[in-house]
Write a protein that binds this ligand. Structure first.
Ligand code: G6P
Length: 483
């Protein structure tokens, strides 16, 4: 069977290049290993039709990467508009930030239809298509319109919010209905599944039976497939990174100082303002940490043409300057704030050099930085993960120190606890988290989803013949997460 993976953003195979976001970093090793074809945006736009738009194809390990130019007339409305100014804020429970025009929605649908037409080049009877993320909610429906009978799966990397929040997105009902063209819809957590199933029930009167919903489009299996990382690969990379010049320079610059690290895109869902405020508070309540601890916050610029992101960037710059100005000393800066990206291999070395990893989003689908921080640690002397209870990763990483990112004082005290934790407790927590990570790697996630997609599609055919859904209960590779 051929597998075609589709996402808006794709990653190139260069280990020394910065990567934007969890999706691209997560998919790269599995595409390389599985031999799938990965199709996405080239990052450029053009006026040509999908037939004439040149496909740039590159080898990616055993797999391949194909990039195409998206339509110039619709790209802004699709990416900055509907995807990132209407869907993204809603999916992260920020209805106050939803901005959407009718034109943006039109562009979103146009780009979904364009991608569907482009995928006809990859249509083979035996191919399965796995669509990624909120940029392409309606792609499955467009493919069915074009006569695709192939297995079509969809995975959402973000949370799915409460019904009242998604209702703030114009045309949300149309989009949810369009999603029912997929054979399988995967979410990060059971909470996301529940929220989505509630939308189906309240808006369409549809019920889930044994993880399957039957609609006028056929049957759709729905389940939670928590995404993982390449645990051993990342750990090995982090060990090797010790010799990277950036990592050595970081270690040298610390002297005897200890380090906390945060790595995020500049995004309002990541809780960066609250995190900086928590460090501000930490130095107030525990002045002994001054000149002893600093935060390295890597804040990669993101979606900068969107007002909410631009505003956040300015707010963070002001806040960091203020905190550093008040607490800093001639020979010590409390917050080392960097507005740039680093490659995965360098980041692994930074994580290993840091005694505390702070991953405190207000909302997050999974957050792979949390998992990478854990995997990168030195088993003999591991650091402590301080993790928001609103990250999907909190379900598995219950041995992290979990925090409420809205409670600044609580976060400050938890960071102080992390900095004072004895090595035995650090090891115990780390080993427990590593067991969870090894039980749900990115390779298991990938295989579990694809196997379930094939089964869900096969059961769909049976349903079409008998009229009764006949899907046997399924389990993901690690056994636990499907209805
Ligand atoms: C999140 C989304 C991804 C996206 C990434 C980076 O992880 O789930 O789909 O690729 O952010 O965002 P960007 O807009 O730069 O692709």
């Amino acid at each position: 069977m051929d597998l075609v993976v589709v996402s808006n953003r794709v990653a190139r195979a260069k280990a020394n290049e910065p990567m934007t976001g969890g999706l691209a970093a997560a998919l790269l090793p599995v595409v390389e290993k599985s031999g799938a074809i990965w199709i996405g945006s080239s990052g450029k736009v053009s006026d040509t039709s999908e037939k004439d738009s040149p496909l740039k194809i590159e080898q990616l390990g055993a797999g391949a990467l194909a990039m195409l130019d998206l339509p110039a007339a619709h790209y802004g409305g699709y990416y900055e508009g509907f995807a990132n100014s209407a869907l993204w804020p809603a999916l992260h429970s920020r209805p106050d930030l939803i901005r959407a025009s009718q034109d943006d929605y039109t562009s979103y649908r146009e780009v979904n239809a364009f991608m569907a037409r482009a995928l006809t080049r990859f249509k083979k009877p035996a191919a399965a298509f796995w669509i990624q993320d909120y940029h392409f909610l309606a792609l499955g429906a467009e493919l069915r319109k074009l006569g695709f009978k192939n297995p079509l799966g969809f995975f959402l990397h973000t949370p799915w919010p409460a019904r009242a929040v998604i209702a703030g997105v114009p045309h949300h009902r149309e989009l949810i209905e369009a999603m029912l063209s997929y054979d399988l819809i995967g979410f990060q957590t059971e909470d996301d599944v529940e929220n989505f199933v509630r939308c189906l029930k309240m808006d369409f009167g549809l019920q889930l039976h044994d993880g399957v919903v039957m609609s006028r489009f056929g049957t759709t299996r729905i389940g939670a497939f928590p995404i993982g990382i390449d645990v051993e690969g990342f750990a090995a990379q982090a060990r090797r990174a010790a010799s990277h010049p950036d990592v050595s320079r970081l270690r040298m610059s610390l002297g005897g100082e200890r380090l906390a690290i945060g790595v995020d895109r500049v995004d309002y869902s990541k809780g960066l303002v609250n995190r900086i405020a928590a460090f501000d508070r930490l130095f107030e309540i525990e002045p002994s940490f001054k000149r002893e601890v600093s935060l390295l916050q890597i804040a990669t610029p993101s979606r900068g043409t969107i007002e909410a992101y631009d505003d956040l960037q300015s707010e963070l710059a002001r806040q960091v300057t203020d905190v550093n100005g008040r607490h800093g000393e001639v020979d010590w800066i409390p917050i080392r704030y960097l507005n740039k990206g680093f490659s995965q291999s360098v980041l692994g070395g930074f994580y290993r050099a840091a005694q505390v990893g702070v991953v405190t989003p207000l909302q997050d689908g999974m957050n792979l930085v949390a998992k990478e921080y854990v995997a990168a640690q030195n088993p003999a002397d591991p650091g402590v993960l301080v993790l928001s209870k609103f990250a999907g990763a909190a379900n598995e990483l219950d041995a992290a120190l979990q925090v409420n990112p809205h409670d600044i004082e609580g976060m400050a005290r938890t960071i102080a606890t992390a900095l004072s934790m004895p090595v035995q407790e650090r090891r115990m927590r780390w080993e427990s988290m590593m067991r969870k990570l090894r039980a749900g790697t990115i390779h298991q996630w990938f295989a579990g989803f694809v196997d379930t997609l094939i089964e869900a599609h096969a059961a769909q055919d049976l349903t079409a013949i008998s009229g009764v859904p006949r899907i046997k209960p399924l389990r993901t590779a690690d056994g636990a997460f499907l209805h």
